[in-house]
Design a binder for this molecule. Structure first.
Ligand code: SD4
Length: 343
């Protein structure tokens, strides 16, 4: 049993004392002694978590971990996030990303073209400008000024094929649609791509707690395939796609961005945790709110949240089955299926 004196000895070695002395609604928060830990959305989270773990296992910060982690996915030639992903309906890949640390510092980029690592540009916005968000040409100009190379404007082979197929009908409909969810699956147990060439998701969100008990989060996406040019989803919007409050917990979202934005999804989940709900219940309550707002149309969309509280308790919830998140800590590395409203 860990008595107070012994805990204070450990705390002075590991730096978790600030966690112990934080309080939430007047309650003392117990320390999480099996951190560090990293969680991220979808099956590609397994590889991304490995990247984050290289930082966390050596005592690195959660902020460095969530940047390095999702960079793995942004670089993955066979994945649906980053420059190799599906383009907008005019044939251009446009990227959104956000990052937030344990001190309410945050940065994001939207509608960014020809830059391989939007997450790192988002971090530069956070660290090197007085702003939170840069978009479009201005974001690209900033990235180039910061030394990020401009990549060639070419679609990957898979994206080219998917776009050419889409052009046959040019029918604009979010990719995360009912047919895909119910007939083709959605998530790690579905194929990474459907038979028609469309991806089953296009985002990675990651949350980490480091050895000091500090939280950070990141989110990076190509947005929805064949979207109207200029469309931004939830991912670059702090409070919608991502929110971190180091006193309470953190949340990141995936799924139909428009419906995540209208409930300020990730911030709302964190506020539920502040009110004392555990992470799974907090996620479920905001998913239920979206389902209520959407009515019958809720069956046509997918939204999922993953969340972690200050004690390191992790939770998730989705509208439809098929969503899972990847978890890595000292003891384990696995995919965990989310509970959902519709089964
Ligand atoms: C968006 N939330 O741009 C993203 C899409 C997503 O898996 O999460 N896809 O709306």
């Amino acid at each position: 049993m860990l008595n107070r004196k012994r805990f204070l000895q450990i705390a002075s070695l590991t730096g978790v004392s600030s966690v112990f002395f934080n309080s939430l609604n007047g309650q003392k928060i117990k320390p999480m002694l099996n951190n560090p830990v990293v969680i991220s959305t979808w099956d590609q989270g397994i590889a991304a978590n490995k990247g984050a773990w290289e930082v966390l296992k050596n005592g690195g910060s959660a902020l460095d971990a969530v940047e390095k982690g999702v960079m793995v996915t942004e670089s993955e030639p066979n994945c649906c996030v980053g420059l190799q992903a599906n383009p907008d309906r005019d044939g251009f890949v446009t990227l959104d990303a956000s990052i937030m640390d344990h001190q309410y510092n945050c940065g994001s980029v939207g509608f960014l073209e020809r830059i391989k690592h939007p997450i790192s540009v988002a971090r530069r916005v956070m660290e090197k400008t007085p702003h939170v968000m840069l978009v479009g040409q201005g974001a690209q100009q900033f990235a180039v000024a910061e030394g990020f190379p401009l990549e060639p404007e070419v679609l990957s082979g898979e994206a080219r094929k998917a776009y050419d197929d889409w052009l046959k009908n040019s029918h604009y409909e979010p990719q995360i649609n009912r047919e895909n969810i119910q007939n083709k699956g959605h998530g790690p147990f579905a194929p990474a791509k459907y038979d028609d060439g469309s991806w089953n998701h296009d985002t990675i969100g990651m949350l980490a707690m480091d050895v000091k008990g500090n939280l950070s989060g990141s989110c990076t996406t190509s947005g929805m395939g064949f979207k109207i040019r200029g469309r931004l989803g939830d991912s670059p919007i702090i409070g919608a796609g991502l929110y971190v409050d180091n006193e309470v917990g953190a949340c990141v979202a995936t799924g139909q961005g428009e419906d995540i934005i209208r409930v300020a999804g990730s911030h709302s989940v964190v506020e539920m945790m502040r009110q004392g709900h555990n992470p799974e219940t907090a996620c479920r309550k905001i998913i239920e709110r979206i389902v209520k707002i959407k009515g019958a149309d809720a069956k046509k969309i997918q939204v999922a949240f993953i969340a972690i509280n200050k004690q390191g308790v992790i939770g998730t919830f989705a509208i439809h089955k098929g969503f899972s998140y990847a978890l890595k800590n000292k003891a384990t590395e696995k995919l965990v299926n989310a509970k959902s409203i519709f089964r």
